[in-house]
Design a protein around this ligand. Structure first.
Ligand SMILES: *[C@@H]1O[C@H](CO)[C@@H](O)[C@H](O)[C@H]1NC(C)=O
Ligand SMILES: *[C@@H]1O[C@H](CO)[C@@H](O)[C@H](O)[C@H]1NC(C)=O
Ligand SMILES: *[C@@H]1O[C@H](CO)[C@@H](O)[C@H](O)[C@H]1NC(C)=O
Ligand SMILES: *[C@@H]1O[C@H](CO)[C@@H](O)[C@H](O)[C@H]1NC(C)=O
Ligand SMILES: *[C@@H]1O[C@H](CO)[C@@H](O)[C@H](O)[C@H]1NC(C)=O
Ligand SMILES: *[C@@H]1O[C@H](CO)[C@@H](O)[C@H](O)[C@H]1NC(C)=O
Ligand SMILES: *[C@@H]1O[C@H](CO)[C@@H](O)[C@H](O)[C@H]1NC(C)=O
Ligand SMILES: *[C@@H]1O[C@H](CO)[C@@H](O)[C@H](O)[C@H]1NC(C)=O
Ligand SMILES: *[C@@H]1O[C@H](CO)[C@@H](O)[C@H](O)[C@H]1NC(C)=O
Length: 563
């Protein structure tokens, strides 16, 4: 396969997919603020182009290559919850496009409004099917981050139902709300009381089967899941505590009844506010402002004194949706201001603000050439988990940038509306991210193989690296970092190992149960045709899901700027 190599050709690299044939002149500049190629948002400003690319990316993830009608058999549980969240969030974007154009076609798109109607319902039936096949028993006994992906998943589905039905005057999914809410409740209940001030002054530990580790992801999720439960959980009085009727037989464990939980319980708001305050005062950011992975606690100490300096993309994202919803609930603009700073730090850390090609090409903390990367992307040795991280980032950035309501609160009688000045500041801050998001989406699309599947190292084409993994392009990890997602064996060593101090050997969340290393080092056969994105685990439903996260964001941001 001969791949075009110039950056300006990125949008057209999609072999077999190129819907628009015109090539941009070398100095053409999609982003009026800049003429640097590493700051170039691509030739396509139009809503229709991005909407079609988004539709294609979603369709590929839900094609028989990955989706068997009820499940993504090659994935693992927590990632399944994330993928299903992406499907339902995509459905919200589709419904939103219908709404935005009054039920008419999206301007310039090949996809017609009539087909969007059909697709929206088809994808919702995928979400319902996944509800039935989600392996809730396995994920119920996993770690405290895992449970919360499930909470966000089903809250997102409830939001879709409410949004769609209000717009379409339909009853789609109404019959699902109670069972979706019950599942969110069961999984939130796992973490609800885990905020523990005896160590580190607060926060939730990652995994009770390991030595205490207060990490960014579990605690960012706790902000987002708590505030999400406060705003969008409809209440649940079903006291059945079991994630599945087969739970007792499968685990030989009985559980106490699930306490009822009302909608908009104020303690959920208090929890989210306290959790973010704790997070902010415990310096989770490195000298550059990037969020590091977490803290261990030295022997006989109670403070978070051993920081793991590892930086992953998803840790920069999940709190953004929480900050946005904390604003909705409190009207305190500080939450948004903090969010803008986190986003700027990340954009900067991809080399976007470089002043020369040589500078842009240097690793800047989270990528180079304006393109987001995890450390494992270029050497193609990401674990299955790490392959979905970038998609999580862009999904939560997308949620953060939903326009602020100025007249009608999102939840009647509960949430705030924004003064016009704040709403317009939010819109313009978010619009300023659009060229960067499109640059990343173009890069992701440029990694598609001839059947349209997006790869993991989005920056490969920019540096003309397409034929094999490039360990020479691996950036050295931060000093004092431990990469537990890609080197799972570290969990068997100090300081991760459970030694009975604030941890339960063999208890909930034994990492080995997660099958998380399955396939980690299964390289493709040497005979197989390879490019950088076939290396390591290759193109998978996880790399496609990450692609969906960024391409969905590109479509949503373009549509917002156009309307
Ligand atoms: C999809 O795969 C899952 C897991 O392997 C299996 O349980 C399920 O029955 C499959 N669904 C269909 C429709 O084949
Ligand atoms: C649990 O096991 C018992 C005894 O084998 C069986 O009778 C029952 O049907 C099982 N229940 C479920 C939900 O599988
Ligand atoms: C289930 O738990 C009971 C009580 O702890 C124990 O006696 C029994 O052996 C267990 N059964 C299995 C299959 O583990
Ligand atoms: C957080 O830690 C980093 C790295 O040690 C340091 O550069 C930064 O100044 C600290 N931030 C605060 C607010 O203490
Ligand atoms: C980007 O980060 C560098 C290093 O942290 C900093 O000096 C610079 O001011 C930042 N630029 C922008 C535009 O945020
Ligand atoms: C921690 O305390 C225990 C019990 O007092 C002691 O045996 C151990 O040496 C201490 N560890 C450190 C690192 O001080
Ligand atoms: C990639 O190839 C293009 C076209 O040949 C060239 O302009 C560009 O400088 C190359 N980039 C790198 C990083 O080698
Ligand atoms: C991935 O490859 C790079 C470059 O060879 C290496 O430095 C790093 O340790 C590898 N990581 C894993 C998890 O194998
Ligand atoms: C593209 O990648 C997918 C996922 O790895 C694979 O199933 C498919 O065969 C690939 N297509 C080609 C033409 O290699």
């Amino acid at each position: 396969m001969v791949l075009l190599q110039h950056i300006l050709a990125l949008p057209f690299l999609c072999l077999g997919y190129s819907s628009i044939a015109a090539s941009a002149p070398a100095n053409s500049n999609g982003d009026p603020s800049s003429s640097y190629p590493w700051q170039w948002g691509g030739a396509h400003q139009d809503v229709g182009y991005w909407f079609d690319e988004f539709q294609d990316t979603l369709a590929t993830m839900q094609s028989p290559t990955f989706w068997n009608g009820t499940y993504w058999p090659a994935s693992i549980q927590w990632i399944g919850a994330v993928l299903n969240t992406l499907v339902v969030a995509s459905d919200r974007s589709l419904a939103h496009a219908l709404q935005e154009y009054g039920g008419g076609d999206v301007p310039g798109a090949y996809t017609t409004a009539a087909s969007i109607q059909i697709e929206t319902q088809k994808y919702f039936s995928d979400v319902e099917a996944y509800y039935g096949d989600e392996d809730v028993i396995q994920i119920f006994d996993a770690a405290y981050d895992d449970a919360q992906w499930v909470v966000l998943e089903w809250l997102e589905a409830i939001e879709f139902i409410n949004q769609y039905d209000a717009y379409a005057n339909s009853a789609l999914g109404q019959a699902d709300i109670a069972r979706f809410a019950h599942r969110a409740h069961i999984f939130y209940n796992i973490v609800q009381s885990q905020f523990d001030t005896s160590l580190c002054g607060g926060g939730i530990t990652w995994n009770p089967a390991l030595a205490p580790y207060k990490n960014a992801i579990t605690n960012e999720l706790f902000i987002s899941s708590s505030i999400g439960m406060y705003l969008y959980f409809p209440g649940d009085t079903d006291t059945d505590p079991y994630p599945s009727p087969a739970y007792v037989n499968a685990t030989n464990t009985t559980l106490p009844a699930l306490p009822a939980l009302a909608a908009h319980n104020p303690s959920l708001l208090t929890t989210a506010v306290e959790e973010y305050a704790w997070f902010k005062t415990h310096n989770f950011t490195d000298a550059q402002g990037l969020i590091v992975d977490g803290f261990h606690i030295s022997d006989n100490q109670t403070t978070c004194d051993q920081r793991n300096e590892m930086v992953y993309t998803y840790n920069q994202g999940v709190l953004l949706s929480g900050l946005r919803q904390l604003w909705e609930a409190t009207g305190d603009a500080m939450y948004l201001t903090d969010g803008y700073a986190f986003v700027q730090t990340v954009i900067n850390a991809t080399g976007w603000y470089a002043r020369s090609a040589a500078e842009a090409g240097q690793w800047t903390g989270l990528g180079r050439n304006g393109i987001m990367e995890d450390y494992c992307d270029a050497p193609a040795n990401c674990s299955q988990d790490n392959q979905i991280f970038k998609g999580i980032y862009f999904h939560h950035l997308d949620l953060f940038c939903d326009p602020l309501p100025t007249s009608t609160p999102l939840v009647a009688g509960l949430t705030k509306v924004a003064p016009a000045a704040l709403a317009s500041e939010h819109a313009s801050k978010c619009a300023s991210y659009t060229p960067w998001i499109k640059h990343n989406a173009n890069a992701a699309l440029s990694t598609r193989n001839s059947t349209g599947v997006i790869g993991g190292w989005w920056g490969a084409s920019y540096v003309n690296k397409t034929q094999e993994p490039w360990p020479a392009y691996a950036a050295p990890r931060p000093r004092g970092s431990s990469d537990e997602w890609n080197e799972p064996w570290v969990l068997e060593q100090e300081p991760w190992l459970c030694r009975g101090w604030h941890c339960r050997e063999g208890g909930r969340a034994k990492r080995g149960n997660r099958k998380r290393t399955a396939g980690l080092f299964s390289m493709r056969g040497a005979a197989a045709k390879r490019d950088a994105n076939d290396g390591g685990r290759g193109r998978t439903v996880e790399t496609e899901g990450s692609g969906l996260g960024v391409v969905k964001a590109a479509s949503d941001f373009t549509l917002r700027s156009a309307s």
